[in-house]
Design a protein around this ligand. Structure first.
Ligand SMILES: Cc1ncc(COP(=O)(O)O)c(C=O)c1O
Length: 427
Protein backbone atom coordinates (compact mmCIF):
# COMPACT_ATOMS: atom_id res chain seq x y z
CA UNK A 1 0.00 0.00 0.00
CA UNK A 2 1.19 3.53 -0.73
CA UNK A 3 2.47 5.77 2.00
CA UNK A 4 0.48 8.85 2.98
CA UNK A 5 2.79 11.60 1.72
CA UNK A 6 3.14 9.82 -1.63
CA UNK A 7 -0.67 9.65 -1.95
CA UNK A 8 -1.02 13.35 -1.02
CA UNK A 9 1.50 14.26 -3.74
CA UNK A 10 -0.27 12.10 -6.32
CA UNK A 11 -3.60 13.74 -5.41
CA UNK A 12 -1.99 17.17 -5.86
CA UNK A 13 -1.11 16.32 -9.46
CA UNK A 14 -4.50 15.07 -10.64
CA UNK A 15 -7.06 16.87 -8.41
CA UNK A 16 -7.41 20.68 -8.35
CA UNK A 17 -5.91 21.84 -5.08
CA UNK A 18 -5.22 18.20 -4.26
CA UNK A 19 -8.63 17.85 -2.61
CA UNK A 20 -12.22 16.80 -3.41
CA UNK A 21 -13.70 20.29 -3.22
CA UNK A 22 -13.90 20.40 0.51
CA UNK A 23 -11.77 22.72 2.59
CA UNK A 24 -8.05 22.41 2.32
CA UNK A 25 -5.95 21.66 5.38
CA UNK A 26 -2.30 22.38 6.10
CA UNK A 27 -0.17 20.28 3.76
CA UNK A 28 1.55 18.52 6.67
CA UNK A 29 -1.87 17.67 8.11
CA UNK A 30 -3.55 16.34 4.97
CA UNK A 31 -4.39 12.75 5.33
CA UNK A 32 -5.74 10.05 3.14
CA UNK A 33 -8.28 7.73 4.71
CA UNK A 34 -7.60 4.02 4.60
CA UNK A 35 -10.53 2.97 6.74
CA UNK A 36 -13.38 4.16 8.95
CA UNK A 37 -14.94 2.06 11.70
CA UNK A 38 -17.25 3.26 14.46
CA UNK A 39 -16.06 6.61 15.79
CA UNK A 40 -12.60 6.32 14.19
CA UNK A 41 -10.75 6.90 10.96
CA UNK A 42 -7.34 5.49 10.10
CA UNK A 43 -5.04 7.25 7.66
CA UNK A 44 -2.87 5.62 5.02
CA UNK A 45 -0.04 5.35 7.54
CA UNK A 46 -2.30 3.49 9.97
CA UNK A 47 -2.71 6.38 12.44
CA UNK A 48 -6.05 6.46 14.29
CA UNK A 49 -8.22 9.60 14.54
CA UNK A 50 -11.35 10.29 16.56
CA UNK A 51 -13.82 11.36 13.90
CA UNK A 52 -16.12 14.35 14.48
CA UNK A 53 -16.46 15.04 10.75
CA UNK A 54 -18.52 11.89 10.10
CA UNK A 55 -18.27 12.28 6.33
CA UNK A 56 -19.74 15.79 6.79
CA UNK A 57 -22.62 14.39 8.80
CA UNK A 58 -24.13 11.24 7.28
CA UNK A 59 -22.36 8.75 9.55
CA UNK A 60 -24.56 9.36 12.60
CA UNK A 61 -24.25 5.68 13.57
CA UNK A 62 -20.48 5.73 13.03
CA UNK A 63 -18.58 4.14 10.15
CA UNK A 64 -19.32 0.65 8.85
CA UNK A 65 -22.17 0.03 11.29
CA UNK A 66 -22.91 -3.72 11.17
CA UNK A 67 -26.63 -3.21 10.42
CA UNK A 68 -25.82 -0.94 7.47
CA UNK A 69 -23.03 -3.18 6.14
CA UNK A 70 -25.35 -6.17 6.29
CA UNK A 71 -28.22 -4.35 4.51
CA UNK A 72 -25.90 -3.11 1.77
CA UNK A 73 -24.33 -6.54 1.27
CA UNK A 74 -27.79 -8.08 0.96
CA UNK A 75 -28.88 -5.50 -1.61
CA UNK A 76 -25.71 -5.31 -3.69
CA UNK A 77 -25.98 -8.95 -4.70
CA UNK A 78 -29.23 -8.02 -6.42
CA UNK A 79 -27.71 -5.27 -8.55
CA UNK A 80 -26.71 -1.68 -7.88
CA UNK A 81 -29.04 0.63 -9.72
CA UNK A 82 -32.09 0.26 -11.92
CA UNK A 83 -33.64 3.70 -12.48
CA UNK A 84 -36.88 1.89 -11.73
CA UNK A 85 -38.83 1.45 -8.54
CA UNK A 86 -37.53 -1.07 -6.03
CA UNK A 87 -38.89 -2.27 -2.70
CA UNK A 88 -36.24 -0.50 -0.57
CA UNK A 89 -36.90 2.91 -2.11
CA UNK A 90 -40.68 2.61 -1.69
CA UNK A 91 -40.15 1.56 1.92
CA UNK A 92 -37.78 4.48 2.52
CA UNK A 93 -40.33 6.95 1.11
CA UNK A 94 -43.00 5.44 3.40
CA UNK A 95 -40.68 5.75 6.39
CA UNK A 96 -39.98 9.44 5.62
CA UNK A 97 -43.69 10.17 5.16
CA UNK A 98 -44.41 8.49 8.50
CA UNK A 99 -41.63 10.37 10.31
CA UNK A 100 -41.64 13.90 8.92
CA UNK A 101 -44.58 16.20 9.77
CA UNK A 102 -44.62 18.10 6.43
CA UNK A 103 -44.19 14.98 4.27
CA UNK A 104 -47.10 13.55 2.30
CA UNK A 105 -44.92 12.61 -0.64
CA UNK A 106 -41.22 12.31 -1.38
CA UNK A 107 -39.10 12.87 -4.50
CA UNK A 108 -35.57 11.47 -4.43
CA UNK A 109 -32.40 13.11 -5.71
CA UNK A 110 -28.76 12.08 -5.46
CA UNK A 111 -27.35 15.02 -3.46
CA UNK A 112 -28.54 17.66 -1.03
CA UNK A 113 -27.65 20.36 -3.55
CA UNK A 114 -30.10 18.83 -6.02
CA UNK A 115 -32.76 18.49 -3.33
CA UNK A 116 -32.77 22.19 -2.40
CA UNK A 117 -32.48 23.20 -6.07
CA UNK A 118 -35.53 21.07 -6.92
CA UNK A 119 -37.45 22.25 -3.85
CA UNK A 120 -37.02 25.80 -5.14
CA UNK A 121 -38.04 24.79 -8.67
CA UNK A 122 -41.20 22.99 -7.55
CA UNK A 123 -42.09 25.94 -5.30
CA UNK A 124 -41.77 28.25 -8.33
CA UNK A 125 -44.03 25.97 -10.38
CA UNK A 126 -46.62 25.86 -7.59
CA UNK A 127 -46.56 29.53 -6.78
CA UNK A 128 -46.09 30.93 -10.29
CA UNK A 129 -43.37 33.36 -9.15
CA UNK A 130 -39.59 33.37 -9.66
CA UNK A 131 -37.75 35.00 -6.78
CA UNK A 132 -36.60 33.22 -3.65
CA UNK A 133 -35.57 34.48 -0.25
CA UNK A 134 -32.74 32.91 1.73
CA UNK A 135 -30.87 33.95 4.85
CA UNK A 136 -27.42 35.46 5.08
CA UNK A 137 -24.96 32.76 6.13
CA UNK A 138 -27.38 29.93 5.26
CA UNK A 139 -25.98 27.10 3.13
CA UNK A 140 -28.14 25.04 0.79
CA UNK A 141 -25.53 23.38 -1.39
CA UNK A 142 -23.61 24.72 -4.35
CA UNK A 143 -26.20 25.54 -7.02
CA UNK A 144 -26.42 29.09 -8.37
CA UNK A 145 -29.32 30.14 -6.10
CA UNK A 146 -27.80 28.59 -2.99
CA UNK A 147 -24.41 30.25 -3.34
CA UNK A 148 -25.70 33.74 -2.57
CA UNK A 149 -24.53 35.46 0.63
CA UNK A 150 -23.39 32.25 2.30
CA UNK A 151 -20.12 33.81 3.41
CA UNK A 152 -19.86 37.42 2.21
CA UNK A 153 -16.69 39.13 3.46
CA UNK A 154 -18.40 42.56 3.47
CA UNK A 155 -22.15 42.01 3.72
CA UNK A 156 -24.42 44.34 1.76
CA UNK A 157 -27.62 46.01 2.94
CA UNK A 158 -30.54 43.54 3.00
CA UNK A 159 -31.97 42.14 0.73
CA UNK A 160 -29.11 42.52 -1.81
CA UNK A 161 -27.24 39.22 -2.44
CA UNK A 162 -23.50 38.65 -2.86
CA UNK A 163 -22.51 35.68 -5.03
CA UNK A 164 -20.11 33.29 -3.28
CA UNK A 165 -18.65 31.77 -6.42
CA UNK A 166 -17.27 32.73 -9.78
CA UNK A 167 -19.27 31.44 -12.72
CA UNK A 168 -22.76 32.28 -11.48
CA UNK A 169 -24.69 34.24 -14.14
CA UNK A 170 -25.26 37.81 -12.97
CA UNK A 171 -29.00 37.54 -13.68
CA UNK A 172 -29.35 35.09 -10.78
CA UNK A 173 -28.51 37.91 -8.36
CA UNK A 174 -31.79 39.53 -9.36
CA UNK A 175 -33.70 36.38 -8.38
CA UNK A 176 -32.49 36.02 -4.78
CA UNK A 177 -33.35 38.19 -1.76
CA UNK A 178 -31.29 37.94 1.42
CA UNK A 179 -32.74 38.31 4.91
CA UNK A 180 -31.07 38.33 8.35
CA UNK A 181 -31.43 35.03 10.25
CA UNK A 182 -33.00 35.43 13.71
CA UNK A 183 -34.17 38.99 12.93
CA UNK A 184 -37.89 38.42 12.61
CA UNK A 185 -38.93 42.07 12.32
CA UNK A 186 -36.63 42.76 9.34
CA UNK A 187 -37.55 39.45 7.71
CA UNK A 188 -41.28 40.14 8.12
CA UNK A 189 -40.86 43.60 6.62
CA UNK A 190 -38.93 42.20 3.62
CA UNK A 191 -41.54 39.49 3.03
CA UNK A 192 -44.38 42.01 3.34
CA UNK A 193 -42.65 44.21 0.76
CA UNK A 194 -41.69 41.47 -1.73
CA UNK A 195 -44.26 38.71 -1.19
CA UNK A 196 -45.87 39.13 -4.56
CA UNK A 197 -42.56 38.29 -6.28
CA UNK A 198 -41.61 35.44 -3.97
CA UNK A 199 -41.83 31.75 -4.95
CA UNK A 200 -40.41 30.53 -1.65
CA UNK A 201 -38.47 31.29 1.50
CA UNK A 202 -35.75 28.74 2.25
CA UNK A 203 -34.07 28.48 5.63
CA UNK A 204 -31.84 26.15 7.58
CA UNK A 205 -34.05 25.95 10.70
CA UNK A 206 -30.80 25.61 12.66
CA UNK A 207 -28.46 27.78 10.60
CA UNK A 208 -25.00 26.18 10.54
CA UNK A 209 -24.50 26.00 14.36
CA UNK A 210 -26.73 28.95 15.26
CA UNK A 211 -29.81 28.13 17.32
CA UNK A 212 -33.07 29.80 16.20
CA UNK A 213 -34.12 32.56 18.60
CA UNK A 214 -37.36 31.86 20.51
CA UNK A 215 -40.26 32.64 18.18
CA UNK A 216 -38.14 33.13 15.04
CA UNK A 217 -39.21 29.97 13.20
CA UNK A 218 -42.83 30.29 14.37
CA UNK A 219 -42.87 33.92 13.23
CA UNK A 220 -41.37 32.97 9.87
CA UNK A 221 -44.02 30.26 9.51
CA UNK A 222 -46.78 32.76 10.30
CA UNK A 223 -45.61 35.49 7.92
CA UNK A 224 -45.01 33.10 5.01
CA UNK A 225 -48.44 31.53 5.57
CA UNK A 226 -50.07 34.97 5.75
CA UNK A 227 -48.63 35.83 2.32
CA UNK A 228 -49.07 32.34 0.80
CA UNK A 229 -45.35 31.94 0.21
CA UNK A 230 -44.14 28.33 0.58
CA UNK A 231 -41.64 27.89 3.42
CA UNK A 232 -38.84 25.39 2.78
CA UNK A 233 -36.79 23.92 5.63
CA UNK A 234 -33.37 22.72 4.55
CA UNK A 235 -33.10 19.73 6.90
CA UNK A 236 -30.07 18.20 5.24
CA UNK A 237 -28.08 18.54 8.47
CA UNK A 238 -30.94 18.36 11.00
CA UNK A 239 -33.04 15.59 9.38
CA UNK A 240 -33.17 12.42 11.53
CA UNK A 241 -30.42 13.99 13.70
CA UNK A 242 -32.25 16.46 15.97
CA UNK A 243 -35.22 14.11 16.26
CA UNK A 244 -36.63 11.29 14.14
CA UNK A 245 -38.92 13.88 12.52
CA UNK A 246 -36.08 16.40 12.09
CA UNK A 247 -35.88 20.03 13.17
CA UNK A 248 -39.57 20.48 12.38
CA UNK A 249 -40.35 18.00 15.16
CA UNK A 250 -37.59 19.31 17.44
CA UNK A 251 -38.54 23.00 17.13
CA UNK A 252 -42.26 22.27 16.59
CA UNK A 253 -42.62 24.38 13.46
CA UNK A 254 -43.82 22.66 10.28
CA UNK A 255 -42.76 24.07 6.89
CA UNK A 256 -44.43 23.42 3.52
CA UNK A 257 -41.47 21.64 1.95
CA UNK A 258 -38.29 20.16 3.36
CA UNK A 259 -35.05 18.85 1.91
CA UNK A 260 -33.30 15.84 3.47
CA UNK A 261 -29.90 14.24 2.80
CA UNK A 262 -26.91 12.98 4.78
CA UNK A 263 -28.33 10.70 7.56
CA UNK A 264 -31.35 9.54 5.53
CA UNK A 265 -29.11 7.55 3.18
CA UNK A 266 -26.80 6.02 5.79
CA UNK A 267 -23.59 7.18 4.09
CA UNK A 268 -24.63 6.72 0.46
CA UNK A 269 -25.49 9.41 -2.11
CA UNK A 270 -29.23 9.98 -1.81
CA UNK A 271 -31.34 12.94 -0.73
CA UNK A 272 -34.94 14.03 -1.15
CA UNK A 273 -37.62 16.70 -1.16
CA UNK A 274 -40.68 16.06 1.00
CA UNK A 275 -43.93 17.98 1.05
CA UNK A 276 -47.68 18.06 0.56
CA UNK A 277 -49.39 16.49 -2.48
CA UNK A 278 -50.63 19.92 -3.59
CA UNK A 279 -47.03 21.00 -4.29
CA UNK A 280 -45.40 17.64 -5.00
CA UNK A 281 -47.95 16.87 -7.73
CA UNK A 282 -45.94 19.14 -10.04
CA UNK A 283 -43.32 16.36 -10.26
CA UNK A 284 -45.95 13.90 -11.55
CA UNK A 285 -45.02 12.68 -15.04
CA UNK A 286 -48.73 12.70 -15.94
CA UNK A 287 -48.35 16.48 -16.23
CA UNK A 288 -45.59 16.18 -18.86
CA UNK A 289 -46.21 18.60 -21.71
CA UNK A 290 -48.27 20.95 -19.54
CA UNK A 291 -47.03 24.24 -18.07
CA UNK A 292 -47.37 22.76 -14.56
CA UNK A 293 -44.83 19.98 -15.07
CA UNK A 294 -41.53 20.08 -13.16
CA UNK A 295 -38.88 17.99 -14.88
CA UNK A 296 -36.84 16.18 -12.29
CA UNK A 297 -34.98 12.98 -12.95
CA UNK A 298 -31.53 11.52 -12.47
CA UNK A 299 -29.71 8.28 -13.22
CA UNK A 300 -28.98 7.49 -9.59
CA UNK A 301 -32.16 8.85 -7.99
CA UNK A 302 -33.77 6.26 -5.78
CA UNK A 303 -30.68 4.05 -5.83
CA UNK A 304 -31.57 0.78 -4.11
CA UNK A 305 -28.27 0.40 -2.23
CA UNK A 306 -28.57 3.90 -0.76
CA UNK A 307 -32.18 3.12 0.14
CA UNK A 308 -31.17 -0.11 1.89
CA UNK A 309 -28.45 1.74 3.83
CA UNK A 310 -30.90 4.50 4.73
CA UNK A 311 -33.54 2.03 5.95
CA UNK A 312 -30.99 0.18 8.08
CA UNK A 313 -29.83 3.50 9.57
CA UNK A 314 -33.36 4.66 10.34
CA UNK A 315 -34.08 1.27 11.93
CA UNK A 316 -31.20 1.83 14.36
CA UNK A 317 -32.35 5.39 15.07
CA UNK A 318 -35.85 4.16 16.00
CA UNK A 319 -34.46 2.11 18.91
CA UNK A 320 -35.62 3.49 22.25
CA UNK A 321 -33.25 5.94 23.90
CA UNK A 322 -31.19 6.67 20.77
CA UNK A 323 -31.71 10.44 20.69
CA UNK A 324 -31.34 10.74 24.46
CA UNK A 325 -27.94 9.03 24.12
CA UNK A 326 -26.88 11.23 21.20
CA UNK A 327 -27.88 14.40 23.05
CA UNK A 328 -26.16 13.23 26.25
CA UNK A 329 -22.89 12.57 24.38
CA UNK A 330 -23.07 15.94 22.63
CA UNK A 331 -23.93 17.74 25.87
CA UNK A 332 -20.86 16.23 27.60
CA UNK A 333 -18.61 17.30 24.74
CA UNK A 334 -20.10 20.81 24.67
CA UNK A 335 -19.79 21.23 28.44
CA UNK A 336 -16.22 19.91 28.45
CA UNK A 337 -15.18 22.20 25.63
CA UNK A 338 -16.73 25.21 27.39
CA UNK A 339 -14.97 24.19 30.62
CA UNK A 340 -11.60 24.11 28.80
CA UNK A 341 -12.32 27.56 27.32
CA UNK A 342 -13.15 28.97 30.75
CA UNK A 343 -10.25 27.24 32.53
CA UNK A 344 -7.67 28.69 30.14
CA UNK A 345 -9.33 32.11 29.88
CA UNK A 346 -9.64 31.99 26.10
CA UNK A 347 -12.18 34.47 24.67
CA UNK A 348 -14.38 31.88 22.95
CA UNK A 349 -17.79 30.26 23.23
CA UNK A 350 -19.52 27.05 22.24
CA UNK A 351 -22.54 27.48 19.97
CA UNK A 352 -25.23 25.06 18.93
CA UNK A 353 -27.31 22.02 19.83
CA UNK A 354 -25.64 18.84 21.19
CA UNK A 355 -25.72 16.68 18.00
CA UNK A 356 -23.74 19.27 15.99
CA UNK A 357 -22.06 22.38 17.36
CA UNK A 358 -18.84 24.35 17.16
CA UNK A 359 -16.92 27.09 18.89
CA UNK A 360 -16.32 30.71 17.99
CA UNK A 361 -13.38 32.74 19.20
CA UNK A 362 -15.38 35.82 20.17
CA UNK A 363 -17.19 37.19 23.25
CA UNK A 364 -20.06 38.50 21.17
CA UNK A 365 -23.26 36.37 21.29
CA UNK A 366 -23.59 34.26 18.14
CA UNK A 367 -27.07 34.93 16.79
CA UNK A 368 -26.56 35.43 13.05
CA UNK A 369 -23.95 35.46 10.27
CA UNK A 370 -22.71 38.97 11.07
CA UNK A 371 -21.96 38.07 14.67
CA UNK A 372 -19.85 35.12 13.42
CA UNK A 373 -17.67 37.63 11.56
CA UNK A 374 -16.47 38.97 14.92
CA UNK A 375 -14.81 35.60 15.61
CA UNK A 376 -11.05 35.17 15.17
CA UNK A 377 -10.69 33.01 12.03
CA UNK A 378 -6.99 32.37 12.54
CA UNK A 379 -7.71 30.91 15.97
CA UNK A 380 -10.36 28.43 14.78
CA UNK A 381 -8.02 27.33 11.99
CA UNK A 382 -5.28 26.79 14.58
CA UNK A 383 -7.74 24.97 16.88
CA UNK A 384 -8.71 22.60 14.07
CA UNK A 385 -5.06 22.00 13.15
CA UNK A 386 -3.98 21.35 16.74
CA UNK A 387 -6.78 18.80 17.03
CA UNK A 388 -5.63 16.95 13.91
CA UNK A 389 -2.05 16.90 15.28
CA UNK A 390 -3.46 15.16 18.36
CA UNK A 391 -5.64 12.73 16.42
CA UNK A 392 -9.05 14.44 16.36
CA UNK A 393 -10.79 15.35 13.09
CA UNK A 394 -13.74 17.76 12.87
CA UNK A 395 -15.41 19.75 10.10
CA UNK A 396 -13.94 23.22 9.55
CA UNK A 397 -17.02 24.78 11.10
CA UNK A 398 -18.73 21.95 12.96
CA UNK A 399 -18.27 19.16 15.48
CA UNK A 400 -20.57 16.29 14.45
CA UNK A 401 -21.39 13.83 17.24
CA UNK A 402 -22.19 10.18 16.51
CA UNK A 403 -23.84 7.32 18.34
CA UNK A 404 -20.54 5.45 18.07
CA UNK A 405 -18.70 7.91 20.34
CA UNK A 406 -18.35 6.12 23.69
CA UNK A 407 -17.79 7.67 27.10
CA UNK A 408 -14.12 6.72 26.76
CA UNK A 409 -13.96 8.53 23.38
CA UNK A 410 -15.53 11.61 24.96
CA UNK A 411 -13.04 11.49 27.85
CA UNK A 412 -10.14 11.23 25.41
CA UNK A 413 -11.53 14.11 23.33
CA UNK A 414 -12.04 16.34 26.37
CA UNK A 415 -8.43 15.76 27.42
CA UNK A 416 -7.34 16.87 23.95
CA UNK A 417 -9.68 19.92 24.01
CA UNK A 418 -8.01 20.92 27.28
CA UNK A 419 -4.49 20.53 25.84
CA UNK A 420 -5.38 22.53 22.73
CA UNK A 421 -7.00 25.36 24.74
CA UNK A 422 -3.87 25.49 26.93
CA UNK A 423 -1.74 25.77 23.78
CA UNK A 424 -3.99 28.52 22.36
CA UNK A 425 -3.91 30.42 25.69
CA UNK A 426 -0.07 30.39 25.52
CA UNK A 427 -0.39 32.06 22.09
C1 LIG B 1 -27.76 22.63 5.14
C2 LIG B 1 -27.18 21.98 3.91
N1 LIG B 1 -27.89 22.03 2.76
C3 LIG B 1 -27.43 21.45 1.63
C4 LIG B 1 -26.22 20.80 1.60
C5 LIG B 1 -25.73 20.19 0.33
O1 LIG B 1 -25.80 18.81 0.38
P1 LIG B 1 -24.85 17.93 -0.55
O2 LIG B 1 -23.44 18.15 -0.07
O3 LIG B 1 -25.35 16.52 -0.36
O4 LIG B 1 -25.05 18.41 -1.96
C6 LIG B 1 -25.46 20.73 2.76
C7 LIG B 1 -24.15 20.05 2.74
O5 LIG B 1 -23.38 20.09 3.68
C8 LIG B 1 -25.94 21.35 3.95
O6 LIG B 1 -25.21 21.35 5.08
Amino acid sequence: MSDLSDLVQRAGRVLPGGVLGNHRGESDLEFVVREGRGAYLWDANGRRYLDYLLGSGPMLLGHAHPAVVEAVQRQIGRGSTYMLLSEPIIELAEEIVGAVPCAEQVRFTTSGTEATFMALRVARAYRGRDKIMKFEGGFHGVHDYGLMSVAPRSPKAFPAPTPDSAGIPQVVEGEVLIAPYNDLATTEALIAQHHDDLAAVIVEPYQRVIVPAPGFLAGLRAVTRRHDVPLIFDEIVTGFRFAYGGAQEFYKVVPDLAAFGKVVAGGFPLACIAGPRAIMRHFDAALEGTPDYVWQAGTFNGNAIAAAAGLATLGELRRPGTYERLFATGARLKAGLQAAITKHGVPAQVSGEPPVFDLFFTDRPIVDYRSTLTADRAKITRFNQELVRRGVVKAVNKIYVSLAHSDADVNETLGIFDEVMAALARG
